[in-house]
Design a protein around this ligand. Structure first.
Ligand SMILES: C[S@@+](CC[C@H](N)C(=O)[O-])C[C@H]1O[C@@H](n2cnc3c(N)ncnc32)[C@H](O)[C@@H]1O
Length: 282
């Protein structure tokens, strides 16, 4: 099956990023504490439903680009989140049936829910690990089994940069795998950004106070995380809704009823967005 053993404790007493995010995508794998956190936060940050969903639609387009146009056949998805529709391995294997995927997440619920999805699939694996320990991720026996660093690889950090605090050495974490990778490898990235420093600080405090590590950044701070040897693929790092939009891509599951009042809020204000793109190692 290609999964670690499920760790004993799945936290029920604090909200987790995996469950709150997945709720906005229509997942039912969440607890009261997750829903209450989201419903408390949304009046101040109503764009979250839209930007979460925009990110997941970006994920589909990014993985499609990486398989179809960049010819990538192996993926490491850092902070992969709960399985939902059109997961990375499903999108990649739709366009390249021989694609291999290592999913990495710190939240043990991800592994618990991925078991059924991945049963019998030897080309995809989920490991429970902290992406801040990149050596542990890359040296994990399942990563070593599936990923060949002599071939181009795509390293995905999607909607995850905001979980890297400055003390975590974000450039070190983000570059560890791509530094090892051969030219032609790619790094896909997105994170929540806010160009209004007051609102940005509020978002950051709200998440951190709930026990969810969060470092808000503005676009310039995100741009500064990436080194010169990585070339942005057109159109570069942008609000992800503008990253090669495709009106014909498969839609997401409907927004849950309780979140419907917030759907469309980003049409009013766009200072809180998901910012990202793909960079190529030359
Ligand atoms: C907002 S979700 C993004 C999910 C997915 N990447 C996507 O774009 O659809 C962030 C995920 O990162 C995971 N995460 C947060 N900190 C992490 C860490 N230090 N190591 C591994 N995963 C982490 C959370 O558990 C959560 O599942």
């Amino acid at each position: 099956m290609g999964t670690d053993e499920v760790p004993a404790e799945i936290p029920h007493d604090i909200p987790t990023s995996a469950r709150v995010y997945a709720w906005s995508l229509g997942s039912k794998d969440n607890y009261e504490v997750d829903r209450q956190f989201a419903l408390r936060s949304l009046p101040s940050f109503p764009e979250f439903v839209d930007i979460t969903r925009a990110n997941r639609l970006f994920l589909y387009r990014a993985v499609r680009y990486l398989t179809e146009e960049a010819g990538i056949r192996q993926f490491i998805d850092m902070g992969c989140g709960l399985p939902t529709d059109d997961n990375v391995h499903q999108v990649a294997q739709k366009f390249a049936p021989d694609a291999r995927v290592v999913y990495v997440d710190i939240d043990p619920i991800v592994l618990a829910h991925a078991r059924a999805l991945l049963a019998g699939d030897g080309s995809t694996v989920v490991i429970t690990a902290d992406m801040r320990d990149q050596t542990a991720v890359l040296e994990h026996e399942e990563t070593r089994r599936l990923i060949d660093f002599d071939e181009p690889v795509a390293v995905l950090f999607l909607s995850i940069g905001h979980h890297l605090l400055d003390a975590d050495d974000p450039p070190g974490v983000l570059h560890h795998a791509i530094d090892r990778a051969v030219p032609g490898s790619h790094l896909a990235f997105s994170q929540v950004v806010c160009d209004d420093p007051v609102r940005g600080a509020e978002v950051e405090a709200n998440a951190n106070n709930a026990g969810m590590p969060w470092r808000g950044r503005n676009r310039a701070e995100v741009d500064a995380l990436f080194r010169n040897y990585l070339e942005p693929v057109e159109p570069g790092l942008v609000d992800v809704v503008n990253w090669r939009p495709d009106p014909d891509q498969p839609p997401l599951a409907p927004v849950p009823d309780e979140l419907l009042p917030y759907a469309g809020a980003s049409k009013v204000g766009r200072d809180l967005t998901e910012y990202g793109g793909i960079l190529r190692k030359s």
